[in-house]
Design a protein around this ligand. Structure first.
Ligand SMILES: NC(=O)c1ccc[n+]([C@@H]2O[C@H](COP(=O)([O-])OP(=O)(O)OC[C@H]3O[C@@H](n4cnc5c(N)ncnc54)[C@H](OP(=O)(O)O)[C@@H]3O)[C@@H](O)[C@H]2O)c1
Length: 306
């Protein structure tokens, strides 16, 4: 973990900071003396989160944006840049998991829009400010261990592996596959598959960013199985959640790896890696496939009009 002195005064932008792991991350960073820029979709939740950080004595500002709209992401980036301040840390934490196919405001499959396209576009818009900022700059991507099951969630074996992983029993999946055709959204596909694909895409993006922008670090992580609102739109998982509380992590525990990646002096210059439980972990081999990452990058550029 970082010394408070090393982190003090650094500016960190956290998306999905209105609740869950994102708010716990922002609180932990504020306690270490970082200046927080919070992003959330729900105005009331965002106001509550801002008050919570303020109560810790932190320097805090907040921005409302719906990542289902790329125009909102552009506006968010303009508002952040307009503050004219340095930017040391960006934590791409916002994420959704829908039970079935939904479309974003721009017509994209919404899971990929919120979990990948929004952070991709936001990163591009904020890169000039990150580059102008002196010293140690870090981008952190909150992915999931579920990335390793992309392409395999619909089989019985795939579902069993998923349940075991949620329960904290480490179970190996048969290896991720990246289905480019499904990126546009596939009618009838379970939301779990779209979510797993988006989490795999996040790590591919993180690794490609690390290769293309070597002066700013980019790392991805799995936060653990955490009791949050992530299952809010899934009635089945929602019903199970109270029963599952005994084995789920608290949001504060779920924030630990994000905070570690954002602040640990030991990780200065470390880039293109994947972490869990504050330690480097082994992701699906596919995340190292440069051809897939490069193709995905081009796909995002085209969708984001870059
Ligand atoms: N919980 C777990 O077990 C678990 C496991 C692996 C990975 N993760 C990842 O951890 C990250 C944080 O999730 P969480 O568990 O803390 O869930 P959460 O409580 O549902 O928090 C998700 C955050 O993302 C924001 N968000 C959702 N849709 C958005 C949109 N369209 N535009 C802007 N912001 C949006 C939410 O904002 P509002 O509330 O303001 O709408 C909220 O602040 C996600 O990337 C998730 O995939 C979680």
């Amino acid at each position: 973990m970082t010394s408070t002195g090393a982190a003090r005064g650094r500016v960190a932008l956290v998306t999905g900071a209105s609740g869950g792991i994102g708010l716990a991350t922002a609180e932990a960073l504020a306690r270490r003396g970082l200046r927080l820029r919070l992003v959330g979709r729900d105005s009331e939740k965002l106001a509550r989160a801002t008050r919570a950080i303020s109560a810790l004595g932190g320097d805090v500002a907040s921005f409302r944006a719906d990542f289902s709209s790329l125009d909102d992401v552009r506006r968010l980036a303009d508002d952040v840049l307009a503050r004219g301040e340095p930017l040391h840390v960006v934590i791409h934490n916002a994420g959704v998991w829908h039970p079935e196919l939904r479309r974003s405001k721009d017509g994209f499959e919404d899971t990929i829009a919120v979990n990948l396209l929004a952070p991709f576009l936001l990163t591009h818009r904020l890169l000039p400010r990150l580059r102008e900022t002196d010293g140690d700059r870090r981008i952190v991507h909150v992915s999931s261990r579920l990335h390793a099951q992309a392409g395999a969630t619909t089989s019985v074996a795939g579902r069993a592996v998923h349940v075991l992983n949620v329960l904290g029993v480490r179970a190996a999946s048969r290896g991720a596959r990246f289905d480019f055709d499904a990126l546009e959204g596939r009618e009838g596909e379970p939301g779990l598959e779209a979510y797993a694909r988006s989490k795999l895409a996040q790590i591919l993006f993180s690794n490609e960013l690390a290769r293309r922008v070597p002066d700013i670090t980019s790392n991805a992580l799995h936060p653990g199985s955490v009791a949050t609102e992530v299952t809010r739109d899934n009635p089945f998982l929602r019903t199970l959640q109270p029963l599952a509380t005994w084995f789920l992590k608290t949001p504060e525990q779920g924030a630990e790896t994000s905070v570690h990646l954002a602040t640990s002096p030991a990780l200065r210059g470390v880039t293109g890696r994947y972490f869990a439980r504050c330690r480097e972990a082994t992701p699906a081999p596919l995340v190292h496939d440069r051809a897939v990452a490069s193709r995905l990058w081009a796909w995002c550029e085209a969708r984001c009009g870059l």
